[in-house]
Design a protein around this ligand. Structure first.
Ligand code: PAF
Length: 281
C-alpha cells in the first residue's frame, strides 16, 4: 500500500491512476477507530480509487495541550487501512509540507455557521479545519470526500467551504458509529477510564430522551431538562446543549413545520471533551 509524505509524490501517484475522475478522499487526523473504518469502507465501495490522509492539523487546535496529547498511532492506523484495501493511497504529510512558512489558518466567512457551538468555545477552530480541508481537496482533487456526522457542524462548514471556494467535489456525510453502549466513537474515548467510558453512555441516553421529548415539549424547556440531568450527574460537566436547524445551525426559537432540527452536546468527562448530536425529526 503506498504511503506518501509529499504533495509532489502524491500528485505523481494520482496522475498514474487510470481513472482519475473516480477518486474518494477520507481526511483524518489518525488514531483511527471503527468510525473512521466505516468512512473508509464507504469510500472504497463508492470509488475506484481512495486516498486517506493522516495529518494532525495544528491550526485547528486552540489548546496546545490538546494538540500535544492527541494520540499518534501511525503503525496501527496503516494496518487498519490496509485491512480494508491495500489499494488505498495513504497521505501522511509533515507539518512543514502543509505549512511551509507560518503555521496559521486562513480566514473564511462561513456565514455564521462557525460562530455557534464548537465555534463559540474554540477560537479559530473552523478556520483551521477549512484551511487543511481546502488544501487536501486542492491537492487530491477527489470527486467525493467523506466526513462523519459526529462532527455535524464541521460537515456543514465543509459543505459551505466548497460552495464559497467553488471546489467541485461531492461532500458525503456518514452516520455516527457508536460503541456497544451508545457512546459515539472518538479517538478521545481512549483517554477515559474504563468505568467512566461505560458511564459515558449517559450522553447518548440523554440525547435519545431529548429526541423523544422534542415531539411534545417546548425546546427551551427541553434545554432546561438536559441542563438538570447534567447538574444531577457529577461525573460530567455540560459545556453546551443546543437545538438548531440543520441548515443554518441557528438555535431554535419556535419549531417551524418542515424544518429539520438536530440537538448538539459537548461534555467534559475526566478532563476529556466529548461531543455528540442527534437528528430530532
Ligand atoms: O474531523 C477530523 O478528523 C478533522 O477535523 C479533519 C476533517 C481531518 C481536518 O483536520
Amino acid at each position: 500500500m503506498p504511503v506518501i509524505q509529499t504533495k509532489t509524490k502524491l500528485k505523481k501517484e494520482l496522475n498514474n491512476l487510470s481513472n482519475k475522475l473516480d477518486l474518494g478522499l477520507v481526511p483524518t487526523m489518525g488514531a483511527l477507530h471503527m468510525g473512521h473504518a466505516s468512512l473508509i469502507k464507504k469510500a472504497v465501495d463508492q470509488n475506484e480509487n481512495v486516498v486517506v490522509s493522516i495529518f494532525v492539523n495544528p491550526t485547528q487546535f486552540n489548546n496546545k495541550e490538546d494538540l500535544d496529547k492527541y494520540p499518534k498511532t501511525i503503525d496501527t492506523d496503516i494496518q487498519l487501512i490496509s485491512a480494508i484495501s491495500d489499494k488505498i493511497i495513504v497521505f501522511t504529510p509533515a507539518v512543514s509540507e502543509i505549512y511551509p512558512d507560518t503555521i496559521v489558518p486562513k480566514t473564511y466567512d462561513f456565514e455564521g455557521l462557525d460562530k455557534v457551538m464548537e465555534g463559540e468555545f474554540r477560537d479559530d477552530h473552523f478556520n483551521g479545519v477549512g484551511t487543511i480541508v481546502e488544501e487536501l481537496l486542492n491537492v487530491v482533487q477527489p470527486s467525493k470526500a467523506y466526513f462523519g456526522e459526529k462532527d455535524f457542524q464541521q460537515l456543514r462548514i465543509i459543505q459551505k467551504l466548497t460552495e464559497i471556494q467553488h471546489i467541485p467535489v461531492e461532500i458525503i456525510g456518514c452516520e455516527i458509529v457508536r460503541e456497544d453502549h451508545g457512546l459515539a466513537m472518538s479517538s478521545r474515548n481512549e483517554r477515559l477510564s474504563k468505568n467512566i467510558r461505560q458511564k459515558a453512555a449517559f450522553i447518548y441516553e440523554t440525547l435519545k430522551t431529548a429526541k423523544n421529548k422534542f415531539g411534545t415539549e417546548n425546546a427551551l424547556n427541553l434545554k432546561d431538562w438536559v441542563i438538570d440531568q447534567f447538574e444531577n450527574n457529577h461525573d460530567f460537566q455540560l459545556e453546551y446543549f443546543d437545538i438548531t436547524d440543520v441548515e443554518t445551525l441557528t438555535p431554535i426559537k419556535n419549531k417551524i413545520n418542515n424544518v429539520k432540527y438536530r440537538a448538539f452536546i459537548a461534555v467534559y468527562v475526566e478532563d476529556v471533551r466529548l461531543i455528540d448530536n442527534i437528528a430530532l425529526n
